[in-house]
Design a protein around this ligand. Sequence first.
Ligand SMILES: [Zn+2]
Length: 374
Amino acid sequence: MKYLCLLFVFLLVFTVLVSFTVLAEGDIGNILPGNSDSSSPADSVQAFKNYLVKDESETSEISETSETPETAAAKNADDEKQIFIKVLDSKSGAVSTVDLEEYLCGVVFSEMPSSFEIEALKAQAVTARSFCVYRMLYSTQEIRDFHKGADICNDPKHCEDYISYGEACDKYGEDYVKPLWDKVKNAVDATKGEIITYQSEPAVAVFHAMSGKETESAENVWGSPIPYLISVPSEEDSRQSEIKNYITQSKFTPDEFKSDLTSNGFAADFSESPESWTSNIALDSSGRVASAEICGEAITGIRLREIFALRSTDFTLEYDGENEEFVFTVAGYGHGVGMSQYGANLMAEDGKNYIDILLWYYTGVEITPDYKFF
Ligand SMILES: [Zn+2]
C-alpha cells in the first residue's frame, strides 16, 4: 500500500513532465500531408515550462460546442458506459465534449500512419485511451488551467494530436479519408474501453516513433524510475532497411556548431581547433548518449538533442576534418520511452497481436476496462 501511495504521488508530480514530452514525441505524423510538425524534440522540463509560460500569456475564448453532458465522464449502468472527454482546440480556444471512443479515432488517425498493421493501430488506440484516462483522472490544476477546464488538448506537443472526421474530410477529401478512417475505427472499436494499468492504476502510456536497439528507460530521460517504463529490446535496428529514415545525419560547420551551443547558453572556450572540441561521449544503459564534453565542459545528450534538433539521443558525433564539419549520425526518432510505434508495426507484421505488443513495451502492466475508473 505504501508503495502504491508513493507511486501515485510520483505519478502526479511527474504527470506534466512525462506526459507532455512523451506524447509530443509520439507524434510521428501521418501519411497525410500537412500534419503536425514532429521534428521538434522537447525532452526537458524547461521546454515544458517555457511552453506553459508562452501559452499563459495568450488569451483565448472558450466556447462550448456540444450539448453533451457537462461532466467529462458520463456514467451508465454497465460496461457499455459512454465516457465523454472535453477537448480543447488549442488554436481556436474552443472546448468540445466528445465521446471518448469517437475522439480516439481522431487521435489514432493523427498519431500513427493509418497504413500500419491493424494490431499496431490497436496498440496505439489503447495507449491513446490510457493517456486520456490518465489526463481525466490525474491532471493537476496547472494542467486544467492550461486546458481552459478541458481534460485534454489537441496540441501534439502537450497532449495528443486530434482531428475530427469532418475536419479530416475537409482537409484531405472524403474519398481519401474514409477507408483509412474505417481502418482506424476498427482498431478503436476492437479495443473498446481498454487501457493499460500498472498495479491497478492507469499507466502513463508514453510512446515514441522509433527506437534503436532498445527502448529507453523513463529514468534516463526524466530522472526518476517508472517501473513499467524500462528499457526493452526493439527490432528497428536489426530491420532498419525496412524503415524509412531510420538513420539520419545532421551536419554543422564549426561556426554553426559553436554558435548553436553558445546561443543556447552553453559557455566554453572554443579557442582550440575543432578536432579537439568533443570528447568523453558516455552512453547510458540503453546505448543512447548520456553526456559528452565539449571543450572540456559537460553537456547531456538530451541537451545536445534539443540544441541541434536531433531526432533522438541515439547518436554518434564525429568531426569530419576533410569536410570541416561536425556530423551527428542519429538512429530512431523520439525519446525512446514506452512503445515504439515502428517497433509495434514490425511486431504486428510478425504476427504479434496488440496485447503482445503492449505487454512487451510496458513491463508488468495489465489491460483493464476503463469504466472501472469512472
Ligand atoms: Zn494538453
